[in-house]
Design a protein around this ligand. Structure first.
Ligand SMILES: [Zn+2]
Length: 237
């Protein structure tokens, strides 16, 4: 009876990892909120350098849509997709209704949840209206702040950038390391920030303001997240 024994051994190997996968929590952070927050906070634990909590984000040059609302719409769609794939989701905010909590607060939500990924959803703005494309930011390596999450964050950025770019079809602006992001430096879990596209570019703004492109963005984020978690991206639909 060699086959059943082999199957038993296989089951023993597979069951613990399946249980581990089901416990995965993803914290989705829709960028900004209704109101900016000009209070300051240290950019990392123990740092004397302080930065404003939230400048308020950008808005659509044609659509007039606010970044805070675009990121909320995409994040709510993403939550639905991830939950349908069996991932537990925590949102840092579920409405665009208040003063932005700032970035230490957002990171603490992810830390407390023990997130497998802290996924920050943003859209970009520029004084140059021709600037366009999708890019993904992740923490630069700094001992004591990000050394525990650097490698996994970089891996997540690589995987998610590829899927979001493919889903939206915008130009590929690649990856960028940042040492000055408060929400990165306070994170004790893998963290990335996806800039879906430029709301100051008429083409990308028009597209991102549509339900179809918000669905595409959510789909790309879902696929990349599942791939990062070692799961099949096809579960996203
Ligand atoms: Zn933003």
């Amino acid at each position: 009876m060699r086959l059943p024994l082999a199957l038993c051994a296989l089951a023993l190997v597979l069951v613990p990892s399946a249980v581990g996968q089901q416990a995965a929590v993803v914290v989705i952070d829709p960028g900004h909120d209704l109101r900016a927050n000009s209070d300051t906070e240290p950019i990392g634990p123990g740092s004397a350098t302080r930065k404003i909590k939230d400048g308020g984000g950008t808005s659509g040059v044609v659509s007039g849509l606010r970044e805070a609302e675009l990121t909320m719409r995409v994040s709510l769609r993403l939550r639905t997709l991830l939950e349908a794939a069996g991932v537990r989701v925590v949102l840092t905010r579920a409405r665009t209704a208040g003063t932005s909590m700032g970035n230490i607060g957002r990171a603490r939500i992810a830390n407390r949840a023990g997130a497998a990924l802290f996924l920050r959803v943003h859209a970009d703005g520029s004084t140059d209206s021709s600037a366009r494309g999708t890019h993904t930011l992740y923490p630069a390596l700094r001992r004591g702040w990000t050394d525990d999450v650097y490698a996994e964050s970089r891996r997540a950025a690589r995987v998610v950038q590829r899927d979001v770019r493919a889903a939206l079809g915008f130009p590929d602006r690649g990856l960028q390391e940042r040492s000055d992001f408060t929400g990165f430096n306070w994170a004790d879990v893998p963290v990335i920030l996806v800039e879906l596209g430029f709301m100051t570019n008429p083409t990308e703004d028009r597209l991102l303001a549509t339900t179809a492109y918000q669905r595409r963005a959510a789909l790309g984020l879902c696929r990349g997240t599942l791939r990062f978690l070692g799961r099949s991206p096809s579960t996203c639909g």
